[in-house]
Design a protein around this ligand. Structure first.
Ligand code: P6P
Length: 338
């Protein structure tokens, strides 16, 4: 079968009425920017871009040089095309409007330009996560509140994982699809159409070092997994934790599994570790479109009404069967202690 490029796929999606020309252009621009990020991250020490930038982001986290570079690449690529009204990024406190010298479009783009960047200096896969919303009618200078739309309103979501291969995983709400970067040609080529995440799994991902801080239902759920065949689950489980959400989620999208970043006593005040608008929502959209599930342990992530651009939430996502068990345990505990 003739290989399908991202451009051809986007034309197919336009003909199917799933996307319009402006959204198609937006995805092309983001994909092209991510190819530049892939080049920057692949230089390693030779590029003089490892290590910290000497600044902190809005989360108070030390920014890596590549965080700043990746953010700039995405902003610059998206400024002039006329497909966006504004961008929001993990690396910027406030939304960045499209400069007045350029035409404005009807979309809002949110992104974590380089998720997992603490792994860069040790050469472990990192990635870009992005989410696309519609700009509210008649809004020319979008403000924070114009971005605060539930995840069910996303028009598109995707991530690019910079690993041994550079892969783009994308959804418009009509399935989840994977594209592999053909470096010789410079094109993303469709490598998996309509991905399905297995409903059951024997593999979980969580940072076990936080175990003593977890809520009781999380303690119960994970201890049952660790009890294996002899325990109440009656089977052994394997564990993985890359500490790069894009890499962990891509493994789950590829072979199934379940990912947890639960509330714990250390981060309760912040509401969680991962950010709703440009990490949890796009990943939840991608995973649900592949037949998986995504909750906070209590609610469906995509239905949350955001209260802040950098709001954090607990994240349970992946194989539907395991997300449902862990979520049930949390809901039962809430009722028991209500
Ligand atoms: P921890 C990376 O910093 C990140 O935001 C996600 O990519 C990743 O899943 C998580 O934090 C790792 O957190 O606490 O294990 O370092």
């Amino acid at each position: 079968m003739k290989p399908v490029s991202l451009i051809q796929f986007l034309i197919e999606e336009r003909r199917a009425g799933h996307i319009n020309a402006e959204l198609s252009l937006l995805i092309e621009v983001v994909a092209r920017a991510c190819k530049r990020i892939a080049v920057a991250t692949s230089k390693g020490a030779l590029g003089g871009v490892l290590g910290n930038a000497g600044s902190d982001n809005v989360q108070g986290e030390a920014q890596k040089k590549l965080d700043v570079i990746s953010n700039e690449i995405l902003l610059e690529a998206n400024a002039w095309g006329g497909h966006l009204a504004a961008c929001a990024s993990e690396e910027m406190e406030d939304p960045q409007p499209i400069p007045d010298m350029y035409p404005k479009g009807n979309h809002l783009l949110l992104f974590d330009p380089l998720d997992g960047s603490s792994n860069i200096d040790v050469n472990i896969s990192v990635g870009t996560i992005f989410s696309v919303l519609r700009c509210p009618e008649d809004v020319v200078q979008p403000k924070v509140e114009d971005f605060l739309q539930p995840g069910t309103r996303q028009l598109a979501a995707g991530y690019v994982v910079y690993g041994p291969a550079t892969l783009l995983v994308l959804t418009f709400g009509h399935g989840t699809h994977e594209f592999t970067l053909d470096r010789e040609v410079g094109s993303f080529m469709l490598s998996r159409r309509d991905i399905r995440i297995p409903e059951q799994t024997g593999e979980f991902a969580i940072n076990m070092s936080n175990q003593r801080h977890w809520e009781a239902p999380m303690q119960r759920y994970v201890s049952e997994l660790l009890a294996g065949k002899e325990g109440p689950r009656g089977k052994d489980f394997n564990m993985r934790w890359v500490a790069s959400m894009v890499a962990d989620v891509h493994r789950i999208v590829t072979r199934g599994g379940v990912f947890f970043y639960p509330l714990d006593a250390k981060i309760r005040a912040q509401g969680g570790k991962l950010r709703l608008m440009y990490e949890a929502n796009p990943m939840a959209f991608i995973v649900e479109q592949a037949g998986g599930a995504a909750t906070t342990g209590r609610e469906r992530i995509l239905e949350l009404q955001p209260t802040g651009l950098h709001q954090r939430v607990p994240v349970f996502l992946g194989s539907r069967g395991e997300v449902e068990v862990a979520t049930r345990y949390h809901r039962e505990a809430d009722v028991a202690y209500a």
